[in-house]
Design a protein around this ligand. Structure first.
Ligand code: ATP
Ligand code: MG
Length: 722
């Protein structure tokens, strides 16, 4: 058999890993050294040379996007589609297991996934039912507590409170929250993993089946597994099968979410026969980028230690731009992307990476202004938009009446005159009888325990859902979505709202119908109705992509989301103290190092060209802050970086003065630049902060020393340089 295609284009070390005899293996290597490539080739090798069926291979990646890419690459090597191979994220795989074994996992057949937004609402509801004040019991904190415990494999009864009253209260909240979820057939993200772990723990026969099935388990980005994920892998990977993990301690960036880089050491302890292979050649980034990234990460202590080298030429220097403010920074970034495009390169080869999702808005606006297409991964996600969530909630409630989160969301959307009092009563009855909101509502109606108006409003709602349920029974998925959107009142509600936003909402709802039409259920959905499969898909996907589009577009995402990916051109934006590293990381030990690893991840996404930009002033969350460049910029040796200095000059709008002599329109244009000191006859002196628009409509923002910040129409403001 010709296996050379599996070994060509690999270096010796990589080849050793790909062609190793069956064994447990750790591939420990830095960014861009071909770890993921080795996994892909190993999978092909296992099938072609070791004769493993695709059915016997399990591959775990960190994001759905990475999973899709991995499947694509294996299929390309094999030249055929591999329907039976399990490739997915931990969450995706856990979900698949729970669907297949819902009864053993003590879940209703139609259980729904609760995403983090729904979870937040549910936590608030639980707090309310316990009469707890959100000021003292911040819902976000409660959410973090619940998920954190689940990530450690802890149920309320496992938590030691040491007699501490507030700890006990927390535990009680967790308990009530969990009961509520169980009653409503809801599973949050952390629960997916914990349940899947318990499924195996409590059902040895189920576990044995998968132990026999998966002869080889491959895990990418292992450094970011958390304890429950590792425990889950431990159960699965018995001596009869092999586990191959790849990871890079320098890219461990999910510590804040419970990831435990020590799992690498645990693996070496638990699988003492495992072979370790190190890869040191980087194939991704040009010399300057790689050496700069190496220099930055070398400031961390306690690394497992590795230095990457490349055969590539130095390439271009890293370019650094200091924007006067975030708008100036965004305009600069967009101008670089335009240049790139004008040289004939694809927009899809450019990525803008940032620390926080909130930073994207300004960048988005700058791109929109220049009509440059962009796509955001994570962030403004299609399935998270309000109207989409509303429509999905209708579908969910229709699909499963006991879905309390869906019930809550739409019981009064559109408004049908249901007051807080009525809803509180429904919740109370639900709590008393430990049953769903739906059942409680039905009960209240039957027992006529409500006043006339409330009774008929609630009755109408229940009837509406039942009617819809009946109507869509025989329809296909696309028709179901269309019918529910049109007949639930949602469409009419958004139609009645005026303005562009409402229009976008309508378009999004239409897009949802299209999404249903384009949806092909994955293999694991074979026993589910198309609607259930779609709802699960919508929840799992909402974390990552937007509606598919084949347009060439700039890729925008947080650095966390960019893990494992690569782009010819990368712009790292907002690299200033207080943003990156974040303000908070200054206060917690070890956090700066995690931020530095994040910086390393960001820099090493770049293949040919890297821009690093920051803003000296930034308005975020409604506050103006002055920032110094990030310490990470200072850690880059000067020989790898060049500073770009071009402060935008605002041209004063054209003053159309008709000249009777020449018959031409003459104009004068006086430049002001951002950050310049100016004076105004009435407001005195100030600093130019910002501008927008052009021509007669141009406006300029000045921060006056005495009067604070003001927007002035440039053509009327009698401004002079100070
Ligand atoms: P990360 O840590 O960022 O996930 P990685 O170690 O998984 O990186 P890959 O994504 O597998 O690295 O590889 C980085 C790039 O180098 C890819 O474009 C890959 O195709 C290429 N590459 C890897 N090995 C080789 C090789 N031996 N010859 C040529 N190109 C290679
Ligand atoms: Mg990788």
């Amino acid at each position: 058999m010709d296996v050379s295609r599996l070994l060509d284009e690999l270096n010796d070390k990589q080849r050793e890993a790909v062609a190793a005899p069956a064994s447990d293996m750790l591939i420990l290597a830095g960014a861009g050294s071909g770890k993921t490539r080795v996994l892909v080739h190993r999978m092909a090798w296992l099938m072609d040379v070791e004769g493993l069926a695709p059915y016997s291979i399990l591959a775990v990646t960190f994001t759905n996007k990475a999973a899709r890419e991995m499947r694509g690459r294996v299929e390309q090597l094999q030249g055929s589609a591999l329907r039976n191979m399990w490739i997915g994220t931990f969450h995706g795989i856990a979900h698949r297991l729970l669907r297949a074994h819902y009864a053993e996992a003590k879940l209703p057949e139609n259980f729904q996934i609760l995403d983090s937004d729904d979870q937040y609402r549910l936590v608030r509801r639980v707090l309310k039912s316990l009469n707890l004040d959100e000021k003292h019991w911040a819902p976000k904190h409660v959410q973090w507590y619940i998920n954190g415990n689940k990530d450690e494999g802890l149920r309320p009864e496992h938590i030691e409170t040491h007699g501490d009253a507030s700890q006990q209260k927390m535990r009680e909240i967790y308990q009530v929250y969990q009961q509520t979820c169980d009653r409503a057939g809801l599973v949050d993200f952390a629960e997916l993993l914990l349940r899947a772990h318990e499924l195996w723990l409590h059902n040895p026969n189920v576990l044995a089946h998968y132990q026999q099935r998966f002869r080889c388990i491959l895990v990418d980005e292992f450094q970011d597994t958390n304890n429950i994920q590792y425990a889950w892998l431990r159960l699965l990977a018995c001596p009869a099968n092999n586990m191959i993990i790849v990871g890079d301690d320098d890219q461990s960036i999910y510590g804040w979410r419970g990831a435990n880089v020590q799992n690498i050491q645990h693996f070496l302890r638990d699988y003492s026969q495992a072979k370790t292979i190190r890869l040191e050649q980087n194939y991704r980034s040009s010399g300057n980028i790689l050496r700069a990234a190496n220099a930055v990460i070398s400031n961390n202590e306690g690394r497992l230690g590795k230095e990457l080298w490349t055969e590539d030429a130095e390439g271009e220097l890293i370019s650094l731009y200091a924007g006067f403010n975030e708008l100036d920074e965004a305009r600069f970034n967009v101008s670089r992307i335009k240049d790139w495009r004008d040289k004939g390169y694809a927009l899809a080869d450019c990525a803008i990476l940032y620390r926080n999702n909130a930073q994207s808005r300004v960048l988005e606006e700058a791109l929109l202004q220049e009509s440059i297409a962009y796509r955001i991964y994570g962030g403004l996600r299609f399935f998270e938009r309000q109207e989409i969530r509303d429509a999905l909630a209708y579908l969910r409630l229709i699909n499963q009446n006991i879905d309390d989160a869906a019930f809550e969301r739409i019981v009064n959307t559109p408004t049908r005159g249901l007051g807080d009092k009525t809803l509180s009563l429904v919740r109370e009855v639900a709590k008393e009888n430990e049953q769903s909101l739906w059942l409680s509502a039905v009960q209240l109606i039957e027992e006529k325990r409500l006043s006339g108006r409330a009774l008929s409003a609630l009755d109408n709602f229940i009837k509406l859902i039942k009617q819809l349920q009946h109507d869509i029974n025989e329809l296909n998925l696309e028709q179901q979505a269309d019918h529910v959107i049109k007949h639930s009142g949602l469409f009419a509600m958004y139609k009645a709202e005026k303005g562009e936003k409402a229009q976008t909402r309508i378009e999004n709802l239409e897009e949802l119908v299209t999404a249903c039409k384009q949806f092909t259920p994955p293999d694991e959905a074979e026993n589910m109705s198309p609607l259930s499969a779609f709802l699960a898909h919508a929840t799992l996907e909402s974390g990552e992509t937007q509606a598919e589009s084949h347009q060439d577009a700039v890729q925008m995402m947080t650095i966390h989301t960019a893990k494992g990916l690569e782009f010819p051109l990368v712009i790292l934006a907002g690299v200033e103290e207080g943003m990156f590293p974040s303000q908070m990381s200054n206060e917690e030990p070890g956090k700066i190092e995690e931020e530095r690893r994040l910086c390393y991840v960001g820099m090493t996404r770049a293949m040919q060209k890297l821009y690093i930009t920051y803003a000296e002033n930034r308005r975020l969350y409604g506050q103006e802050k002055y920032h110094t460049p990030s310490r990470f910029i200072k850690e880059i040796p000067s020989e790898y970086i060049e500073e770009v200095r071009l402060r935008t000059t605002i041209s004063r709008p054209v003053h159309n003065r008709f000249s009777p002599v020449t018959g031409h329109t003459a104009f004068d244009s006086t430049g002001f630049s951002l950050g310049q000191r100016v004076s105004h006859p009435k407001f005195g002196e100030g600093t130019v902060l910002n501008y927008e628009g052009a021509g007669e409509h141009a406006r300029i923002q000045i921060n006056f020393d005495e009067f604070g910040s003001k927007w002035l129409v440039l053509s009327f403001a009698k401004l002079n340089p100070a």
